[in-house]
Design a protein around this ligand. Sequence first.
Ligand code: IVH
Length: 678
Amino acid sequence: MSSPDPAVRAAELRATLNHHAHRYYVLDAPEIPDAEYDRLFQELQAIEAAHPELLTPDSPTQRVIGQVLPGLVPVKHEVPMLSIRTETDTTAGGALAFDARVRRELALGEADPPVEYAAELKFDGLAINLRYEDGVLVQAATRGDGETGEDVTHNIRTIGQILLRLIGEAPPLIEIRGEVYMRRDDFERLNERQREKGAKTFINPRNTAAGAVRQLDSRALADKKLSFFAYGLGETRGWARPATHGATLDAIAAFGLPVNAERAVVQGAEGLVAFHQRIAAQRDALPFDIDGVVYKVNDIALQKRLGFVSREPRWAVAHKYPAQEQMTPLRGIEIQVGRTGKLTPVAKLEPVFVGGTTISNATLHNLFELRRKDVRIGDTVIVRRAGDVIPEVVGRVPGERKHYVPNFRMPRECPVCGSRVVREKGSIDYRCSGGLFCAAQRKQALLHFAGRRAMDVEGLGDKLVDQLVDGGLIRTLPELYTLGVAKLAALDRMADKSAANLVAALEKSKHTTLARFLYALGIRQVGEATAKDLAKHFGSLDRIMDASVEQLLEVNDVGPIVAQSIRTFFEQPHNREVVEQLRAAGIRWDEHDGSADTSPRPLLGKTLVLTGTLPALSREEAKELIEAAGGKVSGSVSKKTHFVIAGEEAGSKLDKARELGVTVLDEAGLRALLAGGS
Ligand code: IVH
């Protein structure tokens, strides 16, 4: 029962909301639906409005965006925020040099054991000092010049991952330091929205995060999702500091702040080199930018012995990776016609080494962005290549042009097929109206179909596709499977052996999965993840082809636009014909399957809600079993819920189920469902 005393109830709500914020933002494992969180939040807001004296700085209502400051107030750091020496030698040599310096400073001989290091990522964002008094966040400040930073508490409070109150037994004073950054997907989404609005795009995640944190008006952060990783300490009082850096990070994680999992305690130079190489191989796959790794002597007592040179500790070093942004001259602008006919201006660059590879093409996205960035042939431009994101031109290096260069214009006719170029109302994209008549669209459709993540036809690259399409050998996808060795061997630069290899690869590709096949069809809005969800949910192609929009909407993450796109695709007789021809060519997969398992799916199309504690299964385990059986787990009970699985201390969801007459089962009942009984 909730307390009628507003002070007690407010405290209760604060604790509950802070708990759920941590589950949601830091652990990425929410326990309650968003609507329930909102309800509790509003209840707290109402109490605080009626009793302003009950407002506390750790109240989640204080995260709300909208504070505006006249200027940023300086903050003196009791413990200066240092910078780290940078090792620019991006080869293993950088790690060896650091270890050698540390050993020399510590007067270690060859016979002495290796030094222990804490190795972690070097996040590319903005350093922040978080000051917690008695566990409550009282101030957040930038690094500034290291001695004095700026108070940015109003903005930092809007970052969900930064707790307003630490978890557990917090010391009277602890300052936790780390990096505020923006994930690449959040950055891409932001820019995608900017592009849709025809607004200015942001250059890179780091500048965006740093710019946002230093805004006077916290409303500027409303559309920018920022994240945080802790990597060290500032001032502390009344706390027995752990003896190593590694243990310090563990303690910070236990307080509930995000600490990146890609960290390690390693031995000696060899350990550092291995870490540097392991992270280099993972760099593109990380969800955020890093510009290197950081090595720190793990033992705090040794750190103290090593001390500082000017403003840099002798016990730490940043070991860089190749930069993700470079400058290079723009040699030309070409138009690329995509799979859906979209015309994209592509920069032809003087080849340049960026983020680990040499690139000579980069996207300019669309005409409006190109104009806004005012890039013209002959300019020196900045290119960025980070992760799996397509390399892009982010801007031009300011400077006067020696000659007049006319502004780039979109062609009126498709440069590939000559069809009229159209711009749909309200869209900023120009499109070729030629459809599959356009060789470029056909080529892209084929390349997509044969791609590694789709049908995975080894050896079918763009050169070959060019020949097949330009030579008139292929007009439709199914014709791919009618190619014989003789036809192929007649092509340019195609020996008998490679022709035979391709035919074998085509044959091999016929045995696939439903998810891959769906993705390969190139249905608009259906990416790899959606294809997997569809395959998992429906289990068979026929069911997907015949699914109504409503049925499609039941699939995880499928919204109205995606559902309509799938529906429209399968409503076209032409597309159904393509599917039938592909099946006739011998393409097959195990039905009921999106991956490789062929287990029965007794809960297909069923929505279940879990509540309370089950005797044997954890929430996660139950969810996995239900999903493996084709069911969907929802956070709240509605008329659409098929079953509520209730355990000990089931709460309001159980009441709701009874109210709506939804079948309530216990764990044994769930097991019976999973086993196929109902
Ligand atoms: S430790 C005494 N660890 O790099 C060491 N810094 O030049 C103080 N940074 O401004 C910093 N990732 O913003 C440390 N894992 C990490 C880091 C990191 C990024 C940034 C930080 C600082 C700069 C150091």
